[in-house]
Design a protein around this ligand. Structure first.
Ligand code: JBZ
Length: 236
């Protein structure tokens, strides 16, 4: 699952260009028993299986030996703090990150206390393992590595780097199914386009994710736009 995700899109381009180096470790190759078991029954009983600590600990030891000490050993788990764009920015400055993916009902907690340096979750929904969260994190970090995304202006303009939702986008044709493109975008007036995009981004954020506006660093112009939008909408 992880190899398939790494072989596509932005991540695979970053790897091809030598800007990223991602290695997947199969926990079964760190087992010693005949059945190559990575899980066992839970102490205390109950349904489901728990990941054994030894294969994970040996895998991280192998990483330390072959590739040097990681700057962070991140355990992916629903109990972790939320992975946000701010976390992605911090992690993109690190040289070497190990991501530990669980399967089954969970992991022996001694991996968290003895091996991991952080615990992260990508969001509040039930997943069957940490592999997709790990890919999400690799994708978010990779696009912040200089050169991975062709045009760095796209990265700077990405919705959450400004703390706001994105403005609407349009391309040709100018009329589709009876719906036209906002005239300002066809006008060629760059300053008016800039103002329209900024205001629609703020309006959408207010309508859909108002809590983001509390943290967004709006400049004087943005705050004036927000006041205007609130006036246009009438009493809250
Ligand atoms: C995550 C058992 O392994 C899991 C299961 C669910 C899960 C993770 C790992 S990481 N959910 C999340 O990021 O929310």
């Amino acid at each position: 699952m992880v190899e398939a995700g790494l072989a596509e899109g932005v991540i695979s381009r970053g790897i091809e260009r030598g800007l990223l180096d991602v290695k997947v470790h199969d926990l079964r190759s760190y087992t010693t028993d005949r059945h190559r078991s990575v899980d066992d029954v839970p102490y205390g009983g109950g349904p489901g299986m728990v990941m054994k600590p030894e294969p994970l600990a040996r895998a991280v030891e192998d990483i330390r030996t072959r590739r040097g000490d990681p700057d962070a050993v991140v355990l992916l788990s629903p109990q972790g703090r939320r992975f946000t764009q701010a976390e992605a920015v911090k992690m993109s400055a690190l040289r070497h990150v190990a991501l530990l993916c669980g399967r089954y009902e969970g992991m022996d907690d001694r991996i968290r206390t003895l091996v991991a340096t952080e615990e992260l979750s990508i969001g509040d929904y039930v997943l069957s393992g940490g592999e997709l969260p790990a890919l999400v994190i690799v994708d978010a970090i990779s696009r912040l590595v200089p050169g991975v995304v062709g045009d760095s202006r796209s990265v700077d303009e990405d919705s959450f780097s400004r703390g706001l939702l994105d403005h609407p986008h349009y391309t040709r044709p100018s009329e589709f199914s009876g719906h036209t493109v906002p005239g300002v975008l066809l006008s060629g007036h760059h300053e008016e386009v800039r103002l329209w995009r900024k205001k629609t981004a703020i309006r959408r954020t207010l309508e859909r994710r108002p809590e983001l506006l509390d943290k967004a660093a709006l400049d004087d112009e943005g705050r004036a736009m927000l006041d205007e939008i609130k006036k246009e909408r009438g009493a809250p």
